[in-house]
Design a protein around this ligand. Structure first.
Ligand SMILES: [Zn+2]
Length: 289
């Protein structure tokens, strides 16, 4: 009799144990499905499937990390050259402001915190892909730059952001201000800090369709094969690194290795050769007239 009760109790325990195991397995399965679903979804949002937004080569940019030293050296060399050409120039002479009143060339439109986009500035846009647009007069050079960069480096390059309408720029700027305010800054401080990395609406080159942000638009872009190639070749396609390292006092924008600006080939050539940023180049041209 006792033996039978013991067997019954043991069977009951075994049944509970089996149910517990089953419940745990189901939870693990549900968890895994949810994990892969969210990850896959996130990836798709960052890299929409179109040819200029996403590299067709299935390689990972982190594989480029061996280029870190080369990239750094490249940047330093360029800055040294820039300083050589401009060391006697007193930035304070211009009161930190550069105006482009004389030069009549759409490629050299100066857009920065001191020079908002003129109300009557008009231009046509062409589509780079389903989501991204660029100035129609410069889009072919941008396409060629991307194609050649991919072919010659085998590296990853894609357009994160090109033309932005006023509403998009407003949203980006306001988000940045909110971020700073959430970290305890006053509105005034937050707006000042935000403007160093996201231009105020009306003062962004993205709004005139001549600026492009590559890949994830983050500092890590400096360590990629694509960046190294751009530093050597972008000028041949009419593009310049718009916010170089060491020029923040003039551009009022932090070093942005991912942001390139179209200025046309002959201008880009001189800017690269002299190590200028756009503000310095325009002042140089104005002084020559
Ligand atoms: Zn940008």
């Amino acid at each position: 009799m006792y033996k039978r009760q013991r067997i019954l109790r043991r069977n009951k325990r075994l049944r509970y144990a089996r149910i517990r195991t089953l419940v745990i397995l189901v939870l693990i399965a549900v968890g895994s499905v949810a994990f892969f679903y969210t990850n896959g979804k996130g990836k798709n949002e960052e890299t929409p499937a179109n040819s200029y937004a996403v590299d067709t080569v299935e390689s990972d940019d982190t594989a480029d990390s061996h280029n870190v030293d080369a990239g750094d050296a490249d940047t330093e060399d360029r800055n040294v050259n820039g300083t050589d050409g401009t060391e006697n120039r007193d930035v304070d002479d211009t009161d930190g402001k550069t105006e482009n009143k004389i030069i009549d060339d759409w490629r050299l439109i100066l857009v920065n915190s001191d020079n908002p986009i003129p109300d009557d500035y008009s231009f046509d846009l062409s589509s780079l892909d389903e989501f991204r647009k660029f100035d129609s007069r410069a889009i072919d050079d941008l396409k060629k730059l991307i194609e050649d960069c991919r072919r010659e480096t085998g590296g990853v390059i894609w357009v994160q952001s090109a033309y932005r309408d006023r509403g998009t720029q407003e949203r980006l700027y306001n988000n940045k201000v909110t971020q700073y305010m959430n970290s305890g800054k006053s509105r005034e401080e937050a707006e000042k800090l935000a403007a160093a990395s996201v231009s105020k609406p009306g003062t962004s080159e993205h709004e005139v369709g001549l600026a492009v942000d590559f890949n994830y638009a983050n500092p890590g872009f400096e360590n990629t094969k694509a960046f190294k190639w751009l530093m050597e070749n972008a000028h041949k396609y009419g593009f310049i690194l718009r916010y170089p390292d060491g020029k923040q006092s003039i551009t009022k924008v932090i070093y942005e290795p991912w942001h390139f600006r179209y200025v046309g080939k002959e201008h880009a050539e001189v800017i690269k050769e002299k190590g200028f940023c756009l503000e310095e180049y325009i002042e140089y041209l104005n002084n020559q007239q």
